[in-house]
Design a protein around this ligand. Sequence first.
Ligand code: GLN
Length: 393
Amino acid sequence: MSKLTGSKKATQFTESVIREMTRLNHLYGGVNLSQGFPDFPAPAAIKDAACAAINADINQYAVTWGARPLREAVAREFTRRYGLPIVADEQVTVCCGSTEAMMSTMMAIIDPGDEVVIFEPFYENYGPDAILSGATPRYVTLHEPDWSFDPDELAAAFNDKTKAIIINTPNNPTGKVFSRVELETIAALCRKWDAVAISDEIYEHILYDGHTHIPIATIEGMAERTVTINGLSKTYSVTGWRVGWTISPRTLTGAIRKVHDFLTVGAPAPLQEAGAVALGLPDQYYLNLAAKYKRLRDMLLDILERHHFTCYKPYGAYYIMTDISGFGFSDDVEFARYLAKDVGVAGVPGSSFYKNSSNGKTKLRFCYCKREETLIEADRRLVKLAPVGAQLR
Ligand code: GLN
């Protein structure tokens, strides 16, 4: 048997379907509503700050756990918004995007045999994150149409082996915003089983219709057992900068920093300086961001519904999960390929958000972090989508 093969770990997961859809879209020259990245500019103030940092020769490694101005801004803003004191030197670690923040956290806290609870549907990275860190995932369903979980099903997923639960609120791909009652249910189980909450809050500021963001770290007894993950990507429309961070209890910071250091040494130094400027933007910036995404959400909901998609209305983040069962395709991957190739609009097959792909085969996710013109072009192309039922083949 040849040794020139991938490791057992690497063969247990497939390449990212989200990133693959972007490549497929490039191939066919379509409108990319698959991978969640904006096609409009980032705020001028932060681009200027990045250029200024490079011109000031901030071109060498920052401190491995993050440039001080950014770490202090992260701590300051979390405390200002949510009232929880955070000490930058002891609790904040800057990573190469929230993707690395999640991976470093998992590798820092998981031992083989540990179980990690993951709500399903889930952002596709969490599956490989669990495999690479050696965790055994335990999936708990978010039930349609409101993506609520059954507290008994959640309780049944916890046991002595449970090391952590991954929470993502506002949620990708469903647009769910976890309520205080739901977070308290999760928190009670974390306290009962001595488990860590790993809370991916990357869509923190993208909320609609009066929903508010509650970090689980602010719930009683959770500050000492929560790793909060966030980054610049979605809030400041700079997904390619790769700057994210963890806010961790002091007991976990050392392990996270060691893993982070040996994985990547550090995030891009000049972009961390710009990040500190970004976090200092006035509150109006965040209100404008949410208002802009609400307009785009309503616009894409209208477009998709006119073209016969059944939509699950999101209350946060910038994705719309849709039901495609009415189109008569055998599964979501076939439909997504047809849509990208023959219609010229790319979405993400629902199965990539489920462990058991058959659970997502009637779903397709679209994103709306796009210019209005882009959504209008998608609308124009979707006219090609034959009437419901006509694609039966
Ligand atoms: N979070 C974005 C999405 O779900 C992009 C993720 C990525 O490709 N890094 O589409």
